[in-house]
Design a binder for this molecule. Sequence first.
Ligand code: DUC
Ligand code: ZN
Ligand code: ZN
Ligand code: ZN
Length: 486
Amino acid sequence: ATYDTVITGGTVANACATFKADVGIKDGQIAALGLGLGDAQHVIDARGKYVLPGGIETHCHIAQESSMGMMTADDYFTGSVSAAFGGNTTIVPFAAQQRGQTIPEVLQTYDDRAAPKSVLDYSYHLIVTDPTEVALKKDLPAAFARGITSFKVFMTYDKMIVSDEKFLDILVMARENGGLTMVHAENNAMIKWMVGRLLERGYDAPKYHAVSHPAAAEVEAVRRGIALASFVEAPLLFVHISTDAGARAIAEARMDGRMIFGETCPQYMFLTADDLDRPGVEGAKFCCSPPLRDVQTQTDMWRHLNAGSLQLYSSDHAPYRFDKSGKLSTGDTPPFKTIANGLPGIELRAPLLFSEGVQTGRITLEQFVALTASNAARLFGMGHRKGAIAIGYDADIAIWDPEKTTQVTAAGMHDNMDYTPFEGWELNGWPVTVINQGRIIVDGGELKAKAGDGSFIPRKPFDPTGFLPPRAPEMAQATNFGAKLF
Ligand code: DUC
Ligand code: ZN
Ligand code: ZN
Ligand code: ZN
């Protein structure tokens, strides 16, 4: 047969266009787009369905220890399976350095965790908490050489935080090697000061978690991060933006031609801090950092995604069960300060955006593709092979049935969690068939792939094309970019 698989009769959408075409797949790649393609071993009837690039989830915590040392509930099998059932074909979780660990040790650890288990294609972002000379000069450049071209640093958490000086070191190292730095931007001192004042007064219920992480802490850190990245002319991506003012600072920097990017997450668009205020410790299920905000923020985040101030929409899947292994590890009524930070949601990320965005007319189908796949592919060095339905690209495809409605329950999810923050939600539209490099991963509600079927994807350097040189001339002089002094 000419093709291994042909998907017939569907509506194909990319980030820039929607059209009717059959899709021919051969040797794991998209080999043809057209009507009346030749014969195939396997035909998938997609009439009435959307044929979209598979989702690329670039912010999720899988088989990773938290800042408090707690292992996530999902490993690379359950994490990737849950991602696949939610329409994703590639995941880029974090490989987190614990202080004292070398970068090669970290990568070996995560290769061992991922390779035998992932059903989907994967890569990692390296979380750098200990930027030693060896790491900066030798080990991180070596990570680039194997296609790991993004890093995350923290401006908060005593066990993770890097000083502004170290932050500059990492930004310059990334710039020199063609990397993209990601940052968790919250002011550590403001949060610690708030926690102290709250606990002093006996306010330790889950709802005070949100109070202890004020919007102002995010805004301060975003502005400082922009200043630091601009100073050394390095690209910087702010993850999990949860405030209008933070997103506006990013938009303003972008208008100045700076290589600044932003991401938000479903929790800031669909939940609020009121969810923390539930009987007993139920609110612990909604503890994440940055915390849930308010209804106005939900509208703000939709607007920032529409306006392009924020380019990425990721789950920040950080699964900790509602039991002793997770949220309740410090007792049945844990003070907010000791509750593991994070919400599960890798499976619902794209379905939430499809149901509440595409189906309600808040965004177009093309924007949905950009936000769930194409933008992440381009930012993270995979735009040459993923994030589009195009000839020669990886056959990474999610076939969505816009008519399929789903009642969300924890039991219906494929992660290793015992709750979902979206329990009871009714979602319109669901990915019914998911294909990764031509392999059928999910079809008709069933898993068709095995642990270890996914491959590590070496990524290309960050591409700064299209960004203007900074407007402020003192910065170029200060860092002498042209002379590569650093
Ligand atoms: N940062 C994340 O990105 N996820 C969970 C908790 C955190 O601090
Ligand atoms: Zn079939
Ligand atoms: Zn973070
Ligand atoms: Zn995260």
